[in-house]
Design a binder for this molecule. Structure first.
Ligand SMILES: Nc1ncnc2c1ncn2[C@@H]1O[C@H](COP(=O)(O)OP(=O)(O)O)[C@@H](O)[C@H]1O
Ligand SMILES: [Mg+2]
Length: 406
């Protein structure tokens, strides 16, 4: 799959952009703060209707438009070539007028081939794999970084997951608010929790089941890549470490050793939900005392194991980075399997995070991708042969200079 044409209006520092994007590698070069990341962000937005960087879509609308226009909006339009069709995706985010007292609201409209769709239906219309510099620290980073990574990956290919995640988040904050009230009331009225428990477990069960399945699938693809990258020295395992283990029967949880591979794929979401419900019932008093939900997928982790050690704790920085590279390359293959065709690759300043050998490993594996868009401030990080096979565009002040004749 690839984006053949991209049109931006008031997106970040692009007031207006019309660009025919080439197939194969495209390198965006430019100084800092020129609009390289923003261009990748726009393509990512086509896949997820959300930004990996902004906390609200309002940040994506050009400042000038926000200041100047009565109804500021941004627009991303793309012509996407898939194996089966040419697809047009239109996204518009508009600031809705509001009464003087209220915060203006944002209205998001998504059209696929001219037909109005919900933002959630966007999943699958465009598939991307995004490599961010901060991903390279995923192994040594915090569990919440790894959860965010898992969620972003799964949401793209699994709309049911995306819905469950949204619902889970809402229910979790409602349930936490109720737990805080119960804490103040010394637990009086705890029966109110029943409804929230049932909902939390229903969606939580779906999330845990999908994560377990996806992690095993990605691990199967990552292991041989990692073996190659480390020339046979390391055997990589992705160990899902759920805060609530679906294999438990509600009894107090034994900490399952990470060294032992455990398969949780195939455990039914309903069975997980039921076990989780029992667990919540058993820990209710403690949750009220603490005023927070203590178990559930919002506390999951994913550990990277190589040859029996936890890389997040005992691995070197280089080992961690290599593991992430294996993970991301496996994610590309996984998405290709799930979506039926290769995703678009987006690499933001990633080469600068890698040593020369890993740079070569990465470039040799993405060189054949149908479309990859990468950014750099320093073109010399790319090997001349790689540059010669692709196109190089200069980005400066929200405009793009497509190189002569290339
Ligand atoms: N909503 C916005 N409107 C206008 N400019 C913006 C907006 N959001 C960010 N910018 C600016 O856009 C510029 C380009 O940012 P970015 O794409 O991250 O640059 P690069 O990746 O080339 O370093 C920055 O100067 C940033 O401050
Ligand atoms: Mg940038």
């Amino acid at each position: 799959m690839r984006v053949a044409h991209l049109s931006l209006t008031n997106f970040r520092n692009y007031t207006r952009l019309e660009a025919d994007l080439p197939a194969g590698p495209l390198i965006l070069v430019g100084d800092n703060a020129q609009g390289k990341t923003s261009l990748l962000e726009a393509i990512y937005y086509l896949a997820t209707a959300s930004s990996p960087h902004a906390t609200t879509d309002r940040q994506l609308i050009h400042w000038l438009a926000l200041r100047r226009d009565a109804r500021p909006y941004l627009k991303i339009v793309a012509e996407v070539h898939t194996a089966l069709e040419i697809r047009r995706v239109d996204i518009r985010v508009e600031v809705d007028e509001a009464g003087a007292a209220r915060e203006p609201r944002l209205k998001k409209t998504v059209l696929i081939n001219g037909l109005k769709r919900r933002a959630g239906d966007l999943h699958g219309a465009v598939n991307v794999v995004l490599f961010l510099p901060q991903d390279m620290a995923l192994v040594e980073g915090s569990p919440s970084d790894r959860r965010r990574y898992l969620d972003a990956t799964l949401c793209q290919v699994d709309p049911v997951y995306a819905l469950a995640l949204g619902e889970y988040g809402k229910i979790l904050s409602q349930r936490n608010a109720l737990l805080k009230q119960l804490q103040e009331r010394n637990g009086n009225g705890a029966a109110e929790l029943e409804f929230w428990d049932a909902e939390l477990c229903r969606h939580g069960g779906a999330l845990i089941a999908a994560r377990a399945q996806a992690i095993e699938e990605i691990e199967r693809l990552a292991a041989p890549i990692h073996r190659e990258l480390t020339e046979g020295a390391e055997h990589l395992r992705l160990a899902y470490q759920p805060a609530f283990d679906p294999l438990s029967d509600g009894a107090p949880q034994l900490a399952l050793g990470l060294e032992v591979p455990v398969t949780r794929a195939g455990v039914r979401p309903e069975a997980i939900a039921e076990n989780l419900r029992q667990r919540l019932a058993a820990t209710r008093r403690e949750e009220i005392e603490r005023g927070a939900t203590l178990t559930g997928p919002h506390r999951d982790d994913l550990r990277f194991m190589a040859s029996g050690i936890d890389l997040g704790i005992y691995g070197s920085r280089g080992q961690g980075r290599t593991a992430v590279l294996s993970l991301k390359l496996a994610e590309m293959a996984w998405m290709t399997e799930r979506a039926g065709e290769p995703p678009i690759l987006l690499l933001d300043e990633v080469l600068a995070e890698l040593d020369p050998r890993r740079r070569r490993d990465l470039l040799s594996r993405i060189g054949g991708a149908e479309q990859s868009v990468m950014t750099t401030t320093d073109l010399s990080l790319f090997e001349p042969e790689f540059v010669a096979r692709g196109k190089v565009w200069q980005v400066s002040g929200g405009t793009i200079q497509m190189e002569n004749g290339k």
